[in-house]
Design a protein around this ligand. Structure first.
Ligand code: PEP
Ligand code: CO
Length: 461
């Protein structure tokens, strides 16, 4: 959480003093997929020693507070809004990008708070989202084969031997840039930047282009009125309303890096990953006998798990057992990404199985990754309509199964990019050429993100 914690988290499970047979390094005895192969092991050891000696990025108290809040999302007392880029890049660690991304997430959260009548837990998948899982270790172009680009924490995307050789110094740089990002977010929050609940400051020109313009205008007016009413009652600007909590997440892929930031803290049992509040596991790294599951089972952070149409109920069950043997509220967030077409068939058996086993998980919909498509001209995109449809279905499927959709994860940016089709301005394939900036997955732009928040409210409010 990027604000001082105001109260101590209550214990939400029986204290467990150690995780049997686990140490921060026990993953090293297991097969570890998605790890780069560093040519210089001494340089790797030196870089890791440096990261291990540097300050942590988050605190155990923040982590436990988030865990409690995730438990409340699962119980329907809060809603989780998680978002960020598919991958951060070192070059985009700048004030403009960070503040715009924060702004859109905060504005969306205000729409959700007002419309859902629930507190929103905000998690940015940034300040550490520098590693990317890849389908192959090597890439061949014109007969030349080089290591795949694995994210800026490992190597550079340029297709040269020098750029693609994994460089351990990048681990130290990733730590520094994550710290700079968190520091800037904390400063923005403390400096009143979070005071964004006045829709008159928002950039809402797009609303007029939507068939739902009247409804959206009414929504925005009523948010403004609600805030003004509360301020009149309080007799002053709503100080606490302008101060918001913010947490971070990233895919915990590079286990050496994660281990270097895994620490014990005074007056707490066990170990915490102090590089982020909410580390994720992907399906490519979810092998029960593999290193990532071994690493994650021992840390006390809440864990996010990506699940897709290929996830089998028994497989998910075994994963949940391995990572959450105590059935601890707030421990697991299952992030389903199945596509508008796949969700109807794939999700219900998973909901049923997890529910029957009694894991108190938070279900979170990622309506982005199952809806990625490649146009005839080779451009990777996602249609706003499919994103919206998957989210709609997700709410309905959970309601029918007696489970609860308690959050969303979106790939978005505060910039005015043109990467996803559709939305109020109805972006066409031709528009995509105008401002397509992502080198990984296509993201919702500022307007599309805010529109999606309003559509969630329309569905649930
Ligand atoms: C992601 O989570 O942004 C992503 C691209 O995931 P995956 O590669 O695991 O599908
Ligand atoms: Co992605």
């Amino acid at each position: 959480m990027l604000r001082p914690v105001r109260r101590m988290p209550e214990p939400i499970a029986q204290p467990v003093l150690e995780v049997p047979g686990w140490e921060p390094a026990t993953w090293q005895a297991r097969p570890a997929v998605q790890q780069p192969s560093y040519p210089d092991q001494a340089a790797l050891a030196a870089a890791l020693a440096e990261v291990a000696s540097l300050p942590s990025l988050v605190t155990s108290l923040e982590i436990l507070t988030l865990k409690r809040q995730i438990a409340e999302c699962a119980e329907g007392k809060r809603f989780l809004l998680q978002g960020g880029d598919c991958a951060e890049s070192f070059a985009e660690c700048d004030s403009h990008t960070i503040s715009n991304r924060l702004k859109v997430l905060l504005q969306m959260s205000v729409v959700l708070i007002h419309g859902l009548k629930l507190p929103v837990v905000r998690v940015g998948r940034f300040a550490g989202q520098y590693a990317k899982p890849r389908s192959t270790d090597l890439e061949t172009r014109d007969g030349v084969t080089l290591p795949s680009y694995r994210g800026d924490i490992v190597n550079d995307a340029e297709f040269t031997v020098a750029a693609r050789t994994p460089d351990p110094r990048r681990l130290v740089r990733a730590h520094s840039l994550s710290a700079l990002t968190i520091n800037f977010v904390r400063a923005l929050m403390d400096g009143g930047f979070a005071d964004l609940h006045h829709p008159e400051y928002w950039d809402l020109g797009w609303v007029e282009h939507s068939p739902l313009a009247r409804e959206y205008r009414r929504m925005v007016e009523s948010i403004g009125e609600a805030v003004r009413f509360m301020e009149t009652l309080a007799g002053e600007p709503l100080g606490s309303f302008s101060r918001v909590d913010f947490y971070t997440s990233h895919e915990a892929l590079l286990l050496h890096y994660e281990q270097a930031l895994t620490r014990r803290v005074p007056r707490q049992w066990g170990s915490f990953n102090l590089s982020t509040h909410l580390p994720w596991i992907g399906m490519r790294t979810a092998d029960l006998a593999g290193a990532h599951v071994e690493y994650c089972r021992g840390i006390r952070n809440p864990i996010g798990i990506k699940i897709g149409t290929g996830t089998k109920p028994e497989q998910l069950l075994r994963l949940a057992e391995a990572l959450d043997p105590q059935r601890e509220p707030g421990r697991l967030t299952l992030i389903h990404r199945m596509g508008a077409r796949g969700i109807g068939e794939a999700l219900p058996p998973l909901l049923e199985t997890v529910k029957r086993a009694g894991h108190p998980v938070l279900w979170c919909c990622d309506p982005m990754h199952g809806n990625t498509e490649t146009l005839d001209n080779g451009v990777k995109t996602r249609r706003f309509e499919n994103i919206r449809t998957e989210l709609d279905h997700a709410f309905d499927i959970h309601a029918a199964a007696g489970t609860r959709l308690g959050g969303v994860h979106l790939e978005l940016t505060g910039e005015n990019v043109t990467e996803c089709l559709g939305g109020a301005r109805d972006l066409t394939p031709e528009d995509l050429q105008r401002a397509y900036k992502s080198s990984v997955d296509p993201r919702l732009n500022y307007e599309q993100s805010l529109e999606l928040a309003m559509l969630i409210v329309r569905k649930r409010g």
